[in-house]
Design a protein around this ligand. Structure first.
Ligand code: S3P
Length: 432
């Protein structure tokens, strides 16, 4: 099974999985796709290698640093110094920028031709660069306007167009045929009085665009960022899977899906689930339930006793019942699962459907250093517990990946830091 992830700023994380989800069920056995809550490009790159991922989508603010950390950079990445896709090809981490197809694909779909048109790109960040590159390659006459003029000029020089400050937009915008805005929603750089029905306005924002109303009132043709998202996702999907994406059903798939109410923590023994669960529950103001503890209370025996005396199959049956009960509860709860819960396909499915499953991750050797092996019968029965842990983790890795909504790395992080990270990622999406 190939594993893929998306990493970057939490606020953007909801995008690619939604696009993947549409085509995903068909190939569910071939790959798993999850979010990765890294705090730097270096951490994302380390996790990429550690987990043996086959590919990754990258959102701001890591697009530049991830381009630098790749082994091979596609020509557009070399020009833009930014990538949004990593794929392992011939054992090398290759960086691509499919954002440019987000722009050309959206324009094509809207029936807008670019050759010979006067194009104004607002913003000289990753998205602005991709837009300017795409428009220039399609034969447009491109001007990049940015608050920091130097940044606009540098980018323009590498692409072969011109760069100006935002103060020049008043003179350029009325004459432009196409205006692409990649500015933050709160930056108001376009005056409605400059816009006419001849203008095509394309806003990279795909959720709550303020430009939309302005453009509509002025009678402009308006294109929103949802198409950009879709058309950058499709080529990444092709690179990841070698398959043709079902763009039509991707188009119909909602960008933001409602999240389930429980939060479950999955991951290997010693990864930190039991320590993180109460810290996260207190941040969220939710009750916490430890499945292993609930099961021990119900059976009146410890887990080593249960597995030792009645066998692993009996223990799994009890685990299934305890977790089913927890997930059926009407009270939103932080549920800490046993490390092997995801090995039961039914439980993996229930966790995915009824909870936001967070993969609490640390490398197996690190996990082992945190636990008393004598309390973990599945490892204690082996002469070499370290090797047993590594083999067991390898066997389970794809099951964690398939169940997880997001992975959080607990190496070198306290439970408070880990829970804060999870909290930030979840609330950014919940509060949109
Ligand atoms: C197990 C993990 C343990 C416990 C049991 C089996 C596993 O829980 O459920 O020993 O199969 O990985 P922790 O992950 O909390 O250690």
């Amino acid at each position: 099974m190939h594993l893929f992830a998306v990493t970057g700023a939490p606020v953007l994380h909801s995008k690619s999985p939604a696009l993947f989800a549409a085509a995903y069920p068909l190939h569910a056995d071939d790959f798993a796709y999850f979010r990765m809550a890294a705090q730097s490009a270096e951490e994302a790159a380390w996790l990429f290698g550690e987990l043996g991922l086959s590919g990754m989508n990258i959102t701001a603010p890591f697009k530049g640093d991830m381009a630098r950390l790749a082994d091979v950079r596609a020509p557009e990445v070399q020009t833009l110094n930014a990538c949004n896709t990593w794929v392992v090809e011939g054992g090398k981490k290759c960086a691509y920028n499919t954002d440019i197809f987000g722009v050309t694909g959206s324009l094509e779909k809207a029936g807008v031709t670019v050759a010979g048109k006067r194009c104004l790109v607002l913003g000289a960040g990753g998205a602005g660069g991709a837009a300017a590159y795409a428009l220039r390659a399609a034969g447009g006459v491109v001007v990049i306007a940015n608050r920091t003029v130097d940044k606009a000029r540098r980018l323009a020089q590498s692409i072969g167009c011109s760069g100006v400050g935002l103060d020049e937009v008043a003179a350029i915008a009325p004459q432009a045929d196409l205006i692409v805005s990649t500015l933050y929603p709160h930056v108001d750089a376009l005056n409605e009085a400059w816009l006419t029905p001849q203008h095509v306005i394309f806003d990279a924002i795909y959720h709550g665009s303020a430009l939309r109303d302005k453009a509509r009132r002025a009678g402009c043709t308006f294109i929103d960022g949802a198409g950009w998202l879709l058309h950058q996702g499709a080529p990444a999907y092709r690179k990841f899977t070698g398959l043709e994406p079902d763009v039509e059903s991707m188009e119909k798939s909602p960008l933001l899906k409602a999240l389930p109410r429980h939060i479950s923590l999955i991951g290997f023994m010693g990864s930190g689930k039991s320590a993180v669960a109460p810290a996260l529950a207190s941040l969220l103001g939710m009750p916490v339930l430890d499945v292993d503890a609930a099961l021990e209370a119900r059976c009146g025996a410890s887990i080593p006793q249960l597995i030792g005396e009645k066998g692993e199959a009996y223990f799994r049956e009890q685990e299934r019942m305890a977790l089913e009960d927890a997930l059926a509860s009407a009270t939103p709860t932080v549920i800490s699962c046993g490390g092997g819960a995801v090995t039961q396909p039914l439980l993996s499915k229930l966790l995915k459907e009824n909870s936001i499953a967070i993969w609490i991750y640390a490398p197996p050797a690190c996990c082992l250093s945190r636990i008393d092996v004598s309390t973990r019968p599945l490892l204690a029965r082996h002469a070499n517990p370290q090797q047993a842990a590594e083999e067991l983790f390898e066997k389970r890795k794809s099951q964690y990946a398939k169940t997880a909504w997001m992975l959080v790395n607990t190496t070198c992080r306290s439970e408070v830091q880990v829970s804060r990270l999870i909290y930030d990622e979840i609330s950014n999406i919940l509060h949109r």
